[in-house]
Structure formats: C-alpha cells, structure tokens
Design a protein around this ligand. Structure first.
Ligand code: FAD
Ligand code: DLZ
Length: 508
C-alpha cells in the first residue's frame, strides 16, 4: 500500500520535500480546500481565491506529471472540513497508514498533524536558506538577535552580492540611501496583472458565495496563480521597478499603491517562486548595470535577511509567541481597521488599499496601521489577527514576528531594539498624505492636532519606565522633558480624550 503525501495551500512547489521523498508510482498526493483553513481567521477574499486557484492549478500540473492526486474542493459533499479529517478520509479510501508531510508554517497545524492518529513523517521545509538547526546555532549564546548579523551570514552562505569575502559595493547595508521621500513621477504602473481564466473564475464564484461577507474586495482579481505567471511577474519587477526600489522603499503616495515594490510575497509565500531565483535575478540585474547597489542590496536583504530571520524567530520562540503582550496593551482594535470611517488620511489610505488589493507595503503596515495600533495601546493579539487575515501574503510564520515583534514590541524586544513609533512628522516626510488630511500634522495640540502627534508623546510617557534608559530613545525623552510642563499636561489630557473617543466608537 502506498503512502499519502500532503501538500498544503502554501506548499505549491514542485521540489517540496514531501514530494521529493514520495514515490510517484505508489503514493497518493492529498490536497484539500477545507473550512478549517479557510476560516481560522476571516481571510481577505482575494487571499482565499489566490490559494484556491493556485492549489487547483498545482494539482492539475501534478496530475499531468504522472502523480495520483486526491483533490477535495470546498463544496464536495464528502469534505471532512479539516486537513487531518481529509487525511483520515483518504487513508480509509486507499488503505494508507503513513503520511509524508512538509512541516507547515504554523504551530497550530504542526500540532494537529503530530496529534493525528496516523503515522505522519514531518519533513523539514527546505525552501528556506536557513534550517531550524542553523538558526538555533546562530542564535545560541547571543545577547541580542539582530537581523543585520544574521543577514551577513546569509550573504556569505549564498555568495549573493559578494566580491570574494567582501560585500559588493564596499558595504553590507545601503539602508541609509533608501529613505527618499515620495517621488513626483512614478515610472511603473505596479505589478503585472493577470486575467482570470476558467479555473480562477470558478474559484471566484465559490469564494464570493462562501466568503463574500469577509472584509475585502474579491474583484478585480489579478494575482498570478501559476508558477509560469509568477515568473512573468518577477521579470516585470526586475525590468521595471527594481532600479528605483531602493530609493523609494519607504515612500507613500495618495495616487500610487505599489510604487516600486515587488508584490512578490504572495507568490513566494505559497511556493510559486523560490528565494534563490528571486535574489539571483536581482543580483544579476546589479551585475549587468541595470540596477544600482542600493536597490539590489536593499531588495535581497528583505528576503535573505528579514524573511529568513523572522521565520527563524517564529520557530525559535515557540507557540506562545502570538500571545505575548509585554506592554500590557488591551484596547480593542478600532472599527476603522475593518473599513469604518476615520479622519486620519494615511490610515484611511492604508486600510483602503488593504481592502481593495489585499496588499499594503511595508511602511504602510509598520509606520501607519502598526504605528497607530502601538501608540493607541491596541491588544497585540487583535492586531496580529487583523494582519493575518487581511493580506494575501499572510501566513503566521512571517506575519506574527512582524506584527507581535517588529511592529507592536509585544515580545519585549526580541526583534526590535526599540519600538517603531513616530509622530505625524515621519508620515509627512515620507508621503503626500498629510496635505489632504482633516488633521494638521504641524498641530501638536488642539482640535486639529494629528492623532499620531498626541499619541506619540502619550506612548512615551506611559512607558517611561521601560524605555527611558534605552540608548536609542534618549533623545525622544529629552525632547519631551524639555517641553513646557503645561504643554505636556495638555498633550496628555488631549491624548486621553482621543483614546476615550476611540473607546466610545466615535470617529477619530
Ligand atoms: P517588497 O517591499 O518589494 O520586498 C521584497 C520582498 O522582501 C517581499 O516580497 C518579502 O518576501 C520580503 N520582505 C520584505 N520585508 C519583509 C519582512 N519584514 N519580513 C519578511 N519578508 C519581508 N510579509 C509577508 O510576507 N507576510 C506577512 O504576513 C507580513 N506581515 C507583516 C505585518 C507587519 C505588521 C509588517 C510591518 C510587515 C509584514 N510583512 C509581511 C513584511 C512586508 O511588509 C511584506 O513582506 C511586504 O510588504 C510584501 O510586499 P512586497 O512583495 O511588495 O515587498
Ligand atoms: C490560508 C489557507 C487557506 C485560506 N485555505 C487553505 C486550504 O483550504 N487548504 C490548505 O491546504 N491550505 C489552506 N491555507 C493555507 C494553510 O492555512 C497554511 O498551510 C497554514 O497556515 C500553514 O502555513
């Protein structure tokens, strides 16, 4: 009797370890659209459609390649509703008692597979550069786990942008050059968009019927859903956007949702593209003189640095990571995160494009929606659930460290050496949002005061014990302490009033 080979919705890679260890002539691949996975958070409809369309097409490709695939659609009457339920059902049908599975990217599902009444062989997910053992060895004995040092190891390991044992361009990190304010003219019209084919159309109908009430617009749906399309999207990015990616990485514009970003994370995270080919394409563009070093280095750092590093942290820190809350924040997530009205133009813009595109770029996630949640003291578990639900690229191994750690400082500084908080001035410097805002970014107090201004000082003041000795925050506290005592009082009182309005559900 053959074995079952589990392929999950974010494991759509031909060379997946479970497939590599399986026997095409005897084993049965199990793939399933199940209610449990589609509903552990209220995923954005575009995210569900991306996964369902891509998983259906991947199954067809495996069949064409000679595999036996037992595929379950969401509406199949026999659908057991969960991954383990589907494995048990297929085991009963085929007589199999063993399962080959590549480790899922979430503790929840790993635990379910471990507890299943079947012999499940959990294989390492070798689509990452650093194995768990390698990351643990790097972390061992270090006082602080800073991304930069891990990243240098990954540069040496891959040889990407290396001149012998030295970094290309003479520096490991060109981040300093990557903070230009928003440009007037953006020379690229976002990512490559794809017309839905018949399979995708069927999926869109299903998702509309079953998940049409979830937050987010299903249509227009333009994501790539096959590896061939994802490769075209990669080529499009390298040719058109990469050269200016570095310069404008942190910029935000009212009339441009994508700027020079890649919009490749959804494809990378479900397995349609791999780390090596993406980074090699960027390194080759630099070598050919097509992209400057600050662009190629900045881009490659996000992937072999940040992406690999956050995954290492997720698995190192363990299943309780998502419930950490060292700052004791407990305010409910405001309704405007789900599309309710807000007068803060930057927030409305970030949430608006999250709703239409299931996408916002890093600075929107970190310095607009994340920054506001942290300043306002929102419960990090609710913030985490929001980010996990609303982005097409959101899977817990990558989303949780970014949200709980980098953005909300709820892990007490495992990832970030200081909280990512800013007043409105930062948003004004990096965007054109403030010009069309109800609030005034230059007003520090009063009715028109930008909420980011009020809450910035409110945050620093209420967390003084924890942060005032942080060497990277000394300047902020000195500025606050130099402020006139009456002014400080007014700022705090207005901050309190703003938070009370938020709690009362009033429009802020
Ligand atoms: P680009 O800006 O073009 O970057 C290129 C690639 O680098 C991305 O495709 C991505 O694979 C990788 N990358 C960049 N930054 C990070 C990072 N901090 N961590 C991991 N990979 C990174 N990224 C996800 O893939 N899934 C998530 O669920 C997710 N949640 C986030 C939540 C918060 C609060 C924050 C602050 C960031 C989150 N990120 C997440 C990281 C980052 O915002 C996205 O990877 C990026 O916006 C994806 O868009 P892009 O492909 O256009 O990226
Ligand atoms: C996110 C997701 C969704 C929406 N649906 C499915 C599904 O029906 N079947 C499936 O195999 N995977 C799905 N996924 C992806 C899983 O939730 C993902 O594999 C785990 O969260 C681990 O990363």
């Amino acid at each position: 009797v053959g074995r079952l080979v589990l392929v999950l919705g974010d494991q759509l890679t031909e060379t997946l370890s479970a497939l590599a260890q399986a026997d095409k002539t005897r084993d049965t691949v199990v793939m399933a659209e199940v209610a449990d996975e589609a509903a552990y958070v209220r995923h954005h409809p575009k995210k569900i459609a991306l996964i369902f369309a891509a998983i259906r097409k991947f199954a067809q490709a495996l069949e064409a390649d000679g595999w036996t695939v037992a595929y379950t659609q969401l509406d199949d009457t026999e659908n057991a509703g969960s991954i383990v339920g589907e494995l048990l059902r297929r085991a009963a049908q085929t007589g199999a008692s063993e399962v080959l599975a590549t480790e899922p990217g979430e503790w929840r599902l790993i635990d379910k597979l471990k507890d299943a009444p079947l012999k499940v062989h959990l294989l390492p997910d070798d689509r990452f550069l650093a194995s768990h053992a390698e990351f643990e060895a790097w972390a061992e004995g270090r006082k602080a786990l800073r991304m930069e040092y891990f990243y240098r190891e990954m540069r040496r390991k891959t040889g990407l942008l290396m001149d012998g044992d030295q970094p290309a361009g003479g520096k490991w990190n060109f981040d300093h050059d990557n903070r230009k304010a928003a440009p007037d003219d953006v020379t690229v019209d976002g990512p490559l968009r794809f017309e839905p084919d018949a399979t995708t159309r069927e999926v869109l109908d299903l998702v509309q019927a079953r998940f049409g009430d979830n937050f987010g617009d299903l249509e227009p749906f333009w994501f790539a859903t096959t590896r061939a399309e994802a490769l075209q999207a990669l080529d499009h990015f390298i040719a058109n956007a990469l050269p200016r990616f570095g310069d404008y990485q942190d910029a935000m514009l009212n009339e441009n949702e994508f700027l020079y970003h890649a919009i490749l994370s959804p494809y990378l995270n479900i397995g349609l593209l791999n780390v090596t080919e993406i980074c090699k394409a960027a390194a080759d563009a630099y070598a050919a003189g097509h992209a400057p070093i600050n662009a190629a280095e900045g881009f490659i750092r996000q992937i072999i640095g940040w992406r690999e590093y956050v995954r290492g942290i997720y698995f190192l820190e363990g299943p309780d990571y998502t419930s950490r809350n060292v700052l004791g924040h407990d305010r409910a997530l405001p309704w405007f995160y789900w599309g309710g009205e807000t007068r803060m133009h930057c927030v409305a813009k970030a949430v608006g494009q999250t709703k239409t595109q299931a996408y916002a770029h890093h600075i929107q996630r970190l310095m607009v929606t994340g920054n506001f949640a942290l300043l306002a003291g929102i419960d990090p578990a609710q913030v985490h659930e929001w980010y996990l639900a609303v982005y097409a690229d959101a899977f817990e191994w990558v989303e949780a460290p970014n949200t709980i750690g980098m953005s909300q400082f709820a892990d007490g500084g495992v990832i970030a050496s200081k909280p990512y908080v800013s007043s409105g001035a930062y948003i004004n410097r990096m965007s054109d949002h403030c010009k069309s805002c109800h609030y005034s970014v230059s007003a520090k107090t009063g009715e028109k005061a930008c909420p980011f201004n009020l809450l910035y000082w409110h945050f620093l003041d209420r967390h003084r014990d924890r942060f005032s000795n942080n060497p990277r925050m000394g300047n902020m506290y000195r500025t606050w302490d130099r402020m006139d005592a009456d002014k400080r009082k007014t700022v705090l009182a207005e901050g309190d009033a703003l938070l009370a309005r938020l709690d009362a559900g009033e429009v802020v």
